[in-house]
Design a protein around this ligand. Structure first.
Ligand code: ADP
Ligand code: MG
Length: 341
């Protein structure tokens, strides 16, 4: 038997391979694999279903991730995928794999975070599953939500000249992770050392406690604007923009000087000697929304403080960064590829 190594396919190649072997059999299945959430026709609305799994050692490190934050984040990332379809999440199920290193009090803390998120996003915890785990802590959440049929937003609807918008700062979570990793190494080398996190709370907070931008979905809805395409930024702007472009069959130009990067992120980028632009493009875990709107619709939303135009879509296949210094450079999707780690 031939054996193909996983890293020859990568995460997206593997998903495509799985996808290619299935066809849908129910007419209610409007969209299966390939977007932020599946879309099911339930009568007068579409129901959305999304699932995300977080694993200890891959997605989080329990030595610096408070379980309360982990619980909150696990809910927020699923609510974010529902928002990326222009929908509002309503229900979640939570499945956990537990090792005996985890105490009852720790699980209480995890569920406190889950409960905070349920209150913030107005979702109901309606079930889950509990199992022992020999390979660290695992949490997998499935969220369902709803969207009016005429407001569903896929990744594939962007048209040339649509304005490309993002809902907030990029690259902060990436530096949050760099700081926590650095402080962990310092601590391991010398447990007497106290972590130096002063003035870094903003960045660390962005990593540990991201918010799903449901607020933007409500604002767009109130102004009667339906994006032509949308995705949430889990892997990094470059990777998500590539999904919008390839699925829509368009290109894009992003202006370097329009990328929203907070001062804290800039300062820390200098400290780590990492380009803030690279972090903004490829850092990931920002959980902002990346979407396109028709130019006429952009006029209706341009005063929203958290709708930031960063570029526009083109009829070429190129995805390019217009440099502040002049000229352009290709944007290459690097993203996190957890299979390669
Ligand atoms: P996101 O980053 O928005 O969570 P992913 O990149 O994880 O999206 O997934 C992209 C698409 O592939 C989604 O439709 C998701 O449901 C689907 N998918 C991912 N892994 C699998 C799998 N193992 N089997 C079937 N579908 C999958
Ligand atoms: Mg997503």
């Amino acid at each position: 038997m031939e054996r193909t190594e996983l890293n020859t396919l990568g995460e997206f190649g593997l998903i495509d391979r799985i996808h290619s072997k299935f066809t849908t059999q129910n007419h209610e299945t409007i969209k299966g694999i390939g977007d932020d959430a599946a879309v099911i026709d339930v009568g007068d609305k579409y129901m959305l279903i999304s699932t995300d799994m977080l694993l200890e050692g891959i997605h989080f490190d329990l030595s610096y991730t408070p379980l309360r934050h982990l619980g909150y984040k696990a809910v927020a990332v699923n609510v974010s995928d529902i928002a990326a379809m222009n929908g509002i999440a309503k229900h979640i199920t939570v499945s956990i794999g537990l090792s005996n290193r985890i105490s009852v009090e720790a699980i209480d803390e995890l569920y406190e975070g889950i409960r905070f998120a349920c209150e913030d996003y107005k979702v109901d915890l309606v079930g889950g599953d509990t199992s022992a785990s020999h390979s660290g802590f695992v949490i997998s959440i499935t969220a369902t939500g709803f969207v009016e049929k005429d407001k569903i937003t896929y990744r594939n609807g962007a048209k040339p000249n649509d304005i490309l918008c993002v809902t907030g700062d990029l690259g902060a979570a990436y530096f949050g992770l760099q700081i926590l990793e650095r402080e962990k190494q310092v601590y391991l080398a010398n447990p007497e050392m106290q972590p130096e996190l002063q003035e870094k709370e903003f960045l660390v907070g962005k990593l540990l406690k991201p918010e799903a931008r449901t607020d933007i979905i409500h604002e767009l809805n109130e102004l009667g604007v339906v994006p032509t395409s949308m995705i949430d930024i889990s892997d990094g702007l470059a990777s998500e923009l590539m999904h919008l472009c390839t699925q829509s069959g368009v290109g894009a130009i992003v202006f370097e000087d329009k990328l929203p990067i907070e001062d804290q992120t800039m300062l820390t980028a200098t400290e780590f000697n990492i380009s803030p632009i690279t972090a903004a493009l490829n850092g990931g875990e920002d959980y902002q929304l990346l979407f396109t709107v028709k130019q006429a619709d952009f006029e209706k939303i341009k005063n929203l403080s958290d709708v930031l135009p960063i570029g526009y879509m083109t009829d070429s296949k190129a995805i390019e960064l217009a440099l502040t210094s002049g000229g352009t450079t290709a944007i290459k999707a690097q993203g996190w590829n957890h299979l390669e780690k």
